[in-house]
Design a binder for this molecule. Structure first.
Ligand SMILES: Nc1ncnc2c1ncn2[C@@H]1O[C@H](COP(=O)(O)OP(=O)(O)OP(=O)(O)O)[C@@H](O)[C@H]1O
Length: 292
């Protein structure tokens, strides 16, 4: 398939450039939303709610060259998805800046933008056009999208509220994977569907990765990371701890995980020992009382 270039800077220079990137969240309050976020989630805010602020990510700087496939690794809740959302432009950073040269295909929340009351067909046209596909392009690819998603023909014109969650996600993946945007952001979506569908997703990603497209992948699956990525960013405690090749990033992450497990085990043992000693003392006290 001919690859269209949607504006990637084919000259030298990084396609993604993050400088001192940071974002803060309010624990109990909705944050400022970008237009796309508003489209996806609505505009409601709770003006009365207040809460403490925290920075899941701060002072994150890195560059991604064209053709790189970068894996982001780190513990749960360290800000990996948040980073991807800032690159995708669905989350506005509170500090620093991110420059993205070229259009982004966001394989993030695959059901984003879907309207439950519209049919599968209508949603494909709606979400496709949101991502910049023309009606003609969608017409040409419609059958392929539906076939890839394994949506039976009787469901194509049924409102997606009657779809299973798997069907919606498959349709989302099938649609976004049709985008020819030069940058792909992928968040855990490779866990989508059964084994056969997963294999199709892998093949689709491999096809997308051909032709020097750039990918940033968030995953906890080391096999996927090793399969696709040449570079690795390890996010630790809200900042970028390691920016290197994927093997070294995974090694640093695994080493920290091992050290943390050992520390927790030691703390648990110490706690257990203290409890046993306290129990023993209490028993001795009881015995002493009885003897007196
Ligand atoms: N809209 C939001 N408002 C408030 N806090 C948020 C919001 N989105 C994410 N967070 C918090 O920010 C932190 C980072 O979340 P994020 O989803 O980016 O982590 P992650 O590294 O992708 O986690 P996981 O590996 O579990 O997917 C978490 O503490 C999360 O609870």
């Amino acid at each position: 398939m001919a690859q269209t270039d949607y504006g990637a800077d084919l000259a030298t220079g990084p396609v993604i450039e993050a400088k001192g990137l940071g974002v803060k969240f309010a624990v109990n309050r909705r944050r400022k939303r970008s237009l796309r976020e508003m489209f996806i989630h609505g505009t409601k805010r709770d003006p009365n709610a207040e809460g403490d602020e925290f920075w899941p990510l701060r002072d994150v700087s890195f560059e991604v060259a064209r053709g790189d496939c970068v894996g982001i690794v780190g513990k749960n809740g360290t800000g990996k998805s948040t980073l991807l959302k800032m690159i995708a432009g669905v989350l506005i950073p509170d500090e620093g800046e991110v420059h993205v040269r070229g259009k982004v295909a966001p394989l993030l929340e695959l059901r984003a933008g879907f309207n439950d009351n519209l049919t599968g067909r209508e949603n494909v046209y709606l979400v496709g056009s949101l991502h910049g596909m023309s009606e003609k392009q969608i017409d040409e690819r419609f059958e392929e999208i539906v076939d890839f998603a394994e949506i039976k023909s009787k469901f194509v014109d049924t409102p997606v509220r009657h779809y299973s969650s798997g069907m919606k996600v498959r349709l989302g993946f099938a649609l976004i994977s049709q985008l020819e945007h030069p940058i792909m952001l992928v968040d855990e979506v490779l866990a989508v569907g059964d084994k056969a569908f997963k294999r199709k997703c892998y093949e689709a990603i491999e096809r997308m990765l051909a032709n020097h497209r750039t990918m940033v992948l968030v995953s906890h699956n080391e096999g996927d990371l090793r399969r696709f990525c040449n570079r690795g960013l390890y996010i630790k405690g809200g900042s970028l701890a390691v920016d290197t090749d994927i093997e070294a990033a995974l090694a640093a992450y695994n080493e920290d995980t091992k050290a943390e497990i050992a520390k927790r085990k030691k703390a648990d043992e110490a706690k257990k020992k203290r409890a046993e000693e306290a129990e023993k003392k209490a028993e001795e006290g009881k015995d002493g009382g009885q003897a007196a």
